[in-house]
Design a protein around this ligand. Structure first.
Ligand code: SF4
Length: 342
């Protein structure tokens, strides 16, 4: 049973959507009392999601404001003409929800998955091994692992029985996170129409928020790495990750090794990778420590050469400096040298 508290904590659920529909609140109502707090909270949601995603926690003192602020934020984001910003918003919201879901009972997670995403789940049976708790139909499983890089998600690495895949509760919450993210991205697709007058002021504020300090700047300062001096290939990987996108295994390796070879600390890289929608703290830590040579074979890895990146389709928009070099690190060094001369 989805309670009032659940609706506020998980406003993406069908039950919350039904609750919102029944209220029949119009856009113009949002700038009048008593609805103004909804708009205020929606703005706060967006600000936190874009600038301080770790602080994006539900405000449970007034569940109705919390429930309504979610679709309001989505409506506002649909008027923002920046796909990267939308992705960052979707990643932050979905990650926040999945973090909370992890603290819920197995029954609650199943209830939300079935009630909102119509997952075909087989009840817990004798065949489940101890640590696994859910049997999810492979169709629902596959549609949510498309963006997962970790080999553990590959269907061939899973225990499959009669078309059902064995998963843990935490894995289920991770897959729900994908469902939420997809839905937010779909709903925030650009609105081609002019925004209603009632939203003009708040949309101006949100546009200003999107121009505020970004991951770029916070990352740039401590390690002194100049984003503008990065070669186009690295910049592209950097931009993609900053916007909450996912990188291939080679893409992650290239970016991490580039960063640790240009002066970023392990902590900086770790903080930066938090923007990735498939961020996994332990795995990322392991990769950074091994690439930086602090653990494992104690070898500090360098990014692949341009030829390798070209072969793997990771050489993007090479410029005139690229014609003179064979390695992305040389590009950065040349640019830094030129900057020092200036
Ligand atoms: S030529 Fe090399 S440095 Fe330039 S974009 Fe391609 S891979 Fe990167």
């Amino acid at each position: 049973m989805i309670s009032e508290r659940d609706k506020a904590r998980y406003p993406f659920t069908t039950e919350s959507a039904d609750y919102v529909k029944k209220l029949r609140i119009e856009v113009a109502d949002l700038i009048t009392e008593p609805y103004k707090p909804i708009l205020k909270r929606a703005e706060e949601r967006i600000r936190l999601a874009l600038l301080k995603p770790d602080d994006l926690a539900p405000q449970e003192h007034d569940p109705s404001i919390e429930i309504l602020s979610f679709p309001t934020s989505i409506m506002l984001m649909a008027y923002i003409d920046n796909e990267n910003v939308k992705r960052r918003y979707a990643v932050a919201e979905s990650k926040g929800f999945s973090k909370k879901l992890k603290t819920e009972s197995l029954e609650k997670v199943i209830e939300i998955a079935q009630g909102t995403y119509y997952w075909n789940i087989k009840s817990k049976g004798q065949n489940l091994r101890e640590t696994y708790e859910i049997f999810l139909h492979f169709i629902d499983y596959i549609k949510n692992i498309k963006n997962m890089n970790d080999l553990k998600w590959k269907l061939t690495n899973r225990y499959l029985k009669d078309g059902y895949v064995e998963i843990t509760k935490n894995e289920a919450t991770r897959l729900i996170e994908e469902e939420i993210q997809r839905k937010i991205l779909k709903k925030t697709k650009n609105r081609k129409v002019e925004p209603p007058k009632a939203l003009k002021e708040i949309l101006e504020t949100i546009k200003l928020i999107t121009m505020e300090k970004t991951v770029f700047e916070t990352f740039d300062t401590p390690s002194g790495i100049k984003v503008e001096n990065m070669p186009p290939c690295i910049k592209k990987l950097f931009d993609s990750l900053s916007a909450g996108g996912r990188l291939s295994h080679l893409g992650r390796f290239t970016l991490t090794s580039f960063l640790v070879n240009t002066g970023a600390t392990e902590e900086d890289v770790m903080n930066f990778f938090k923007s990735a929608s498939d961020f996994d703290e332990n795995k990322t830590k392991y990769q950074i420590e091994h690439i930086s040579g602090r653990k494992g074979g104690k070898t500090k890895y360098k990014p692949p050469k341009c030829d390798t990146l070209k072969t793997h389709g990771l050489c993007f928009s090479p410029d005139e400096i690229c014609n003179r070099i064979v390695h992305p690190l040389t590009y950065y060094r040349l640019k830094m040298k030129a900057l020092k001369k200036k």
